[in-house]
Design a protein around this ligand. Structure first.
Ligand code: SAM
Length: 480
């Protein structure tokens, strides 16, 4: 099913939109006409992969017909038929396919390197990967998603895009607020909504729409906001966004917000309309919490006791090994990295060991350090990723994690590498999970090999006997 005529849109939706345009004294026809226009396709590049890779940049621009998105420096429109999501550069995390209007939310949030940032409803990761791009690996991002399957996809996307400073949690926003009251410098709340801006992109969204669904979404948004408000530190900023058009989930939510939480001021509120901007449409609002708002030390809502209770708790997160075991495992990794990955420099941080899996979490932000010092803060929370997954520890050896390959910004950070052009058949073979033949100058090489396309890492292989054995995780192999 594809929506080509406004007649196919629910009548109640059309009436709602008529009322909205009438109230604004604007004609509705240009908006309705936009449903007859082809939709806009966008991708957003990951700065640390895009910069410094001239060949990939040039190829991507030519292959996908890239044109800049005016409101996002990393955003580009692409031609639908060029299918960048199927290209090896997508596996390399060079870009994230993202609807162009949706790029406006993180732009407005304007996260900075070194901050402690929360993306409260983060899957599949469009805004979270954009926020991470702006943070440049410095500071800490907590990306949360309530639904297990979606949280898994979120974690995979953070990994593909080479993000090192992100913890992916799977929690109800209120459970998160219990653990992180008054903590974050910035919060992204890209709320679950009735998705009216998805109608052109996803006709299924039309079937789910009803006035009752809009009301249910508005109620849920108010509920999530209670948790978000609590987690923002005094003086912090928050972006609320939706991909829907009705007022109940947008302006009315903001009005309710300002009434209920007078410590907030509205800095900016904007709509991107599909008939005015080349995109599917978005609502974005930037709010700031007063710096004199209560914080954890003087809050009257019980959060302070929640914090002190937390401090009294165990210092170990569920399943985490002790500091010494983690330090020993990290020494083993460091030795391995000296030999195999001499060009990768990790930001200041700390190793964490969960069973045989070694992670590394950047901890330069004092808030991040406080969180990590008290790892009980994570106990009971489902964690899908804890910073950078460095390695799997096997009996007497170490296997580098796929995430480590993706965190490398260039093939030449590894001592041994296989680097080929995107159209080399061995790249497609590697992505299907097959072993590949090394380039002639490396035919005698032996050991862990960083496999790359036009200089951009896509995973690990292990060279021996004139062949590179495939170590791409099974779930990531391309079908067909
Ligand atoms: N920010 C994401 C991105 O840019 O890729 C899109 C987020 S989507 C608009 C909203 C998310 O909220 C969905 O992943 C949905 O599973 C999640 N969600 C649903 N109910 C929720 C709730 N009660 N609390 C928090 N998140 C919820």
């Amino acid at each position: 099913m594809s929506i080509s005529l406004p007649d196919e849109l629910p009548l109640a939706y059309q009436e709602q939109m008529k009322r909205l345009f009438e109230a604004d004294g604007e004609p509705i026809d240009p908006f309705l006409d936009s449903y007859r226009e082809p939709r806009a396709y966008g991708l957003r590049v990951q700065p640390w992969k895009w910069n410094g890779h001239e060949t990939a940049r040039r190829n991507a621009a030519a292959l996908f017909g890239l044109e800049p998105v005016p409101w996002c420096p990393e955003g580009y429109y692409y031609e639908e038929s060029s299918r960048p999501g199927k290209h090896p550069y997508h596996h390399a995390g060079l870009y994230y396919i993202q609807e162009p209007s949706a790029m406006s939310s993180a732009e407005l949030l304007d996260p900075q390197p070194g901050e402690l940032v929360l993306d409260l409803a983060a899957a599949p990761g469009g805004k979270a990967t954009q926020i991470a791009g702006r943070m440049k690996g410095e500071g800490l991002l907590i990306a949360n998603e309530i639904h297990p399957q979606r949280a898994k996809i979120l974690a995979e996307n953070m990994e593909r895009m080479g993000v090192v400073n992100c913890i992916v949690t799977q929690a109800d926003p209120h459970a998160l607020a219990e653990r992180f009251p008054y903590s974050f410098d910035r919060i992204m709340l890209d709320a679950p909504c009735s998705g009216e801006g998805m109608f052109r992109k996803d006709p299924e969204a039309v079937n789910e729409w009803s006035p009752e669904h809009v009301e249910a979404c508005a109620l849920r948004q108010r509920d999530i906001i209670r948790a978000a408000v609590r987690m923002l530190r005094p003086g912090g900023s928050l972006v609320y966004s939706t991909c829907t058009f009705n007022r109940r989930e947008n302006e009315d939510i903001i009005a309710h917000w300002l009434e209920t939480y007078p410590e907030f001021e509205l800095v900016r509120m904007e709509r991107l309309w599909p008939h005015r901007h080349r995109g599917e449409g978005h609502f974005v609002a930037l709010l700031k919490k007063s710096s004199s708002a209560p914080d954890a030390t003087d809050a009257a809502d019980g959060s302070a006791s929640a914090q002190s209770g937390r401090r009294g708790g165990s210092r170990k997160g569920k399943g985490a090994s002790g500091v010494n075991a983690a330090a020993a495992a990290f020494r083993q990794y460091a030795e391995w990295a000296r030999e195999h990955l001499p060009g990768l420099e990790l930001p200041p941080g700390r190793p964490l060991l969960f069973g045989d899996e070694l992670y590394y979490v950047p901890d330069t932000h004092p808030g991040a350090r406080a969180l990590l010092d008290d790892a009980s803060v994570f106990s009971g929370l489902r964690l899908h990723r804890l910073g950078l997954h460095l390695a799997h520890l096997r009996k007497n050896r170490l296997e580098p994690a796929h995430a480590l390959a993706m965190a490398c910004t260039a093939a030449d950070q590894a001592a041994l590498r296989f680097d080929a052009a995107a159209d080399d058949p061995r790249i497609a073979a590697y992505l299907r999970g097959e072993p590949i033949a090394p380039n002639p100058e490396q035919s005698g090489a032996k050991g862990w090999t960083l496999v790359a396309v036009d200089g951009l890492p896509i995973g690990w292989g292990k060279a021996s006997d004139g062949l590179i054995k495939n170590h791409l995780p099974k779930g990531l192999r391309a079908l067909g």
